[in-house]
Ligand binder design. Sequence first.
Ligand SMILES: [Zn+2]
Ligand SMILES: [Zn+2]
Length: 605
Amino acid sequence: MSSQNAEQQVDDLYKIRHSLAHVLAQAVQRLYPDTQISIGPPIDTGAYYDFLFSKPVSEEALPKIESEMKKILKEAQTFRVDTLSPDEAKKFWSARKQPFKVELIEDLEKEGATEVTHYVNVNKKGEETFTDLCRGGHVSNLKDISRDAFKLMSLAGAYWRGDEKRQQLTRIYMAAFTSKAELDAHLLMLEEARKRDHRKLGKELDLFLFSEDVGPGLPLWTPKGTIITDEIERLAKETEAAYGYLRVRTPHIAKGRLYEKTGHLAHYKQSMFPPMKLPNEEGEYYLKPMNCPHHHQIFASGLRSYRDLPMRLAEYGHNYRYEDSGALFGLMRVRSLTMNDAHIYCSEEQFEQEFISVLQLYLKYFKLFDIQKYVMRLSLHDPRELGKKYVNEPELWKKTEDMVRSAMKKAKIDFVEVPNEAAFYGPKIDVEVWSAIGREFTLATNQVDFDVPGKLGLTYVDKDGTQKTPICIHRAPLSTHERLVGFLIEQFAGLFPLWLAPVQIALLPVAEPHEAYAQKLAERLKGEGLRVQLMSHDNSLGKRIREGEGQKIPYLLVIGDKEVEQNAVAVRNVATKKQVTVPVDEFVFATVSDVKERKLKASIG
Ligand SMILES: [Zn+2]
Ligand SMILES: [Zn+2]
């Protein structure tokens, strides 16, 4: 598909979704004539509309509304546009007892609008069936919309204008696509996402938990979950060592004066836990929301010369962020996080090479985790927010943004630019990835800081003997343990590649005579560094196989007479559901090497 066609299709889909929002409101008004209507925008999977019903409705009403919508689509209504003065429009909506619309028009007037547009649905007989205040962007005839490519999904409460002091409205969500096949694919994805939900699988596989006594948003990793985070850390440490990083460790708290100097208290305070006051000390302490200020202290601890650069300081650092309790969500949004963090201090000349090398690290990890679809978003500053949301250095902003752009282009990495989403100290790259079932996650960020090193007085002596301020690259390609593991649970549906699986192999002796052999084999596999669980014969074989599959253990080894006799194992590969019998030596050799190479797929069976 050419990009122009793709754009055209997006545009068409927008029109369909937008038109269907009108159809939804029309259907609701036919069935519940005294309903007040408010707004109904398209969203990325369909549209919604917010209503004030005179009596409460439940999800049971949705099928009825949906079939009314189908009737409306058959009526082949078209859209007519009427242009009115704000006064005329207000009169129109007041007469129909629609105060939300009146309020919307008043707002348009405040913005300086001298006319507003109404879109009026007209049926074949020329009768007006529905009117909405709207800017346009509809299909030309409602009969062109597929009647089986949309579905009403759910009801939710939503405050008028998002303001909890205003009326609570009922929002009806609708999924809408151009074809039934696309809708079906979307519904399947949602169903699959429910099955793969990291909160559900995290509990079933015993990977992490939350405790009311510890507090919301503060995950506790179980022994099994910790195997996964340890393996990820091992990966990071090996890779970063090869890329020339130096490891450091820093405390979880710091004095407020540090965050005053870095600007965090000025720009980031609302995301930090409130300060702690110590009885016999001046000043206050804060839980660290980021590791950079601590790392900067290490950089500043000695006299640095151009020969020390680039200096890459890495730490799996624990950070604490004060998220609103309503915003917390499983592992994806938490208050304590463990970050694959590092700060690269470099000269301006070294910046490009360092930045590209970080991007290459991302691509390497994407392969390892089978991430096939991703987008890098370059978040830029907004000149109007200088001195407020962003440090007031217009020249430096422009220069750094250009440097990042040029590095991305040189690395031949596709990216999109997003205004007004930078960090307060510099532009950043947000990495968005799609899981195996097509759901989008924001995984990691990569930031450039041209400001804080200067504020903290970080310097190095350049070749010509002058003192210069290094640029700092903040990078976290493996994100936080919380977010990455949350993503990986969905990505692999809990069935992790061998190297990440908490239990890699389960041994299932068929009966008593096979126990001793199984135990000896378990010892051998453990000796090879593999993670093994012996599932003794007290339960039926079928039950144990189901349990091993349920626990998403990649290999189940069944051991009966034949296996004992031949010094072999019957290997059940849980991912492929195939079973093959191989000599023990062959199984051990293949598995050890799969783990060592961090292969995505187990090679036996
Ligand atoms: Zn419209
Ligand atoms: Zn940082």
